[in-house]
Design a protein around this ligand. Structure first.
Ligand SMILES: [Zn+2]
Length: 363
């Protein structure tokens, strides 16, 4: 029986990107869209896509507002944010734009926040649900996480060109499916426990419907979307899964809440073994372990088969933990269960022993 843990009339909330546009070739309207927010745009382009994206971005600004295009160095550090702030200020930017992967987008999000500028986000991979979020992760020069910057609002516009995203390797889309897979299970845990979302209050009912829709979409279209990605085509399945990975998962996790899957991900990241694996690949292992915590064996088998069908890991060895020791499991469990951690958003008490036991079933 599902018990609604939140009293009638209690404060609830949800948050969203200001606008969302998706389609093949929509990069062509970037300049026109930017013109809706200001007269001068600073455009930060990811190092990895700079050469082929720059001409497309320039073309979109022809006849429109003035744009200054900057190459992102690759890191989202305090220094990178400061440099972008200085450049945008010197240029007199009235709107910030960034295209690329997570670190370029986060650098621009953080700089736009400091300058109080509107921000347009153009993800070139669909490997996580970060693009729509009001969060930027700032790293230290040594590559370790410095701090999470929680922003007061989500991006003004998220512009998703599926033709661009289809050019990226399918492994990125698969990782995004892993991140999106966690959204429903974690939101459902928060709904049942009454835990708070990213706004420090329980989600409104829409948040949980979006999370469920996210799961249903990736289950239905995930495998077909990867085949389309292999063929570098943005067909119907690809469009549906990109929307699930970026928009549905983004709204679902911020407004529904997070729990065991991401806590176990954080634990796994304590091991050097996993560093060559993507966020969503590790999160998928977190989802599987989370289902074990709940003793949901039938659902576990269903999700494990799904993960296999969308090229996601199902065993610890698949994310680089070839040699599983008691010490490693203890390190993961300790980090996942530390006081105040999101694993405690689960509707039942979770102990380190429970996490170790769950992870052992993934050897
Ligand atoms: Zn995530």
């Amino acid at each position: 029986m599902l018990v609604n843990a939140v009293a009638a009339g209690a404060m609830r909330g949800a948050r969203f990107p200001g606008r969302y546009i998706q389609g093949a070739g929509v990069i062509s309207v970037l300049g026109k869209e930017a013109g809706g927010y200001g007269r001068k745009a600073t455009v930060l382009l990811d190092n990895g896509v700079f050469d082929f994206l720059k001409p497309e971005v320039e073309k979109s600004f022809v006849g429109g507002i003035e744009a200054e295009i900057i190459r992102h160095g690759g890191e989202c550090s305090r220094e990178a944010v400061d440099a972008l702030v200085a450049a945008a200020r010197a240029f007199g930017a009235e709107v910030m734009v960034s295209a690329g992967g997570g670190k370029a987008l986060d650098t621009a999000k953080a700089a736009a926040f400091e300058l109080k500028l509107p921000i347009i986000i153009v993800p070139t991979i669909a490997a996580s649900d970060a693009p729509c979020s009001a969060l930027a992760v700032i790293y230290k020069p040594d590559g370790k996480v410095d701090y999470d910057l929680f922003l007061p609002s989500n991006p003004n516009l998220v512009l998703v060109d599926t033709a661009l995203i289809a050019r990226a390797p399918a492994r990125f889309l698969a990782a995004g499916i892993g991140d999106a897979l966690a959204t429903y299970y974690e939101a459902e845990s928060c709904r049942r426990s009454g835990a708070s979302n990213c706004m420090k209050m329980p989600g409104v009912s829409l948040a949980f419907e979006v999370a469920r829709f996210c799961r249903d979409t990736i289950f239905e279209f995930g495998a077909a979307a990867l085949s389309e990605n292999d063929a570098r085509t943005a067909g119907n399945a690809f469009e549906r899964v990109v929307e699930a990975n970026i928009l549905l998962s983004g709204i679902g996790f911020e407004s529904g809440g997070v729990a065991a899957a991401h806590a176990i991900h954080h634990g796994l990241c304590e091991l050097d073994d996993v560093h060559h694996h993507l966020h969503g690949e590790k999160v998928a292992i977190g989802v599987l372990a989370g289902l074990r915590l709940h003793g949901l064996d039938e659902e576990f088998e269903k999700v494990r088969a799904f993960c296999a069908s969308v090229r996601l890991p199902t065993k610890l060895a698949d994310i680089g933990i070839a040699e599983v020791t008691e010490e490693k499991l203890a390190i993961v469990a300790r980090r996942a269960c530390r006081p105040g951690e999101i694993i405690h958003n689960e509707p039942m008490p979770i102990t380190e022993d429970m996490v170790i036991k769950a992870l052992r079933t993934l050897i």
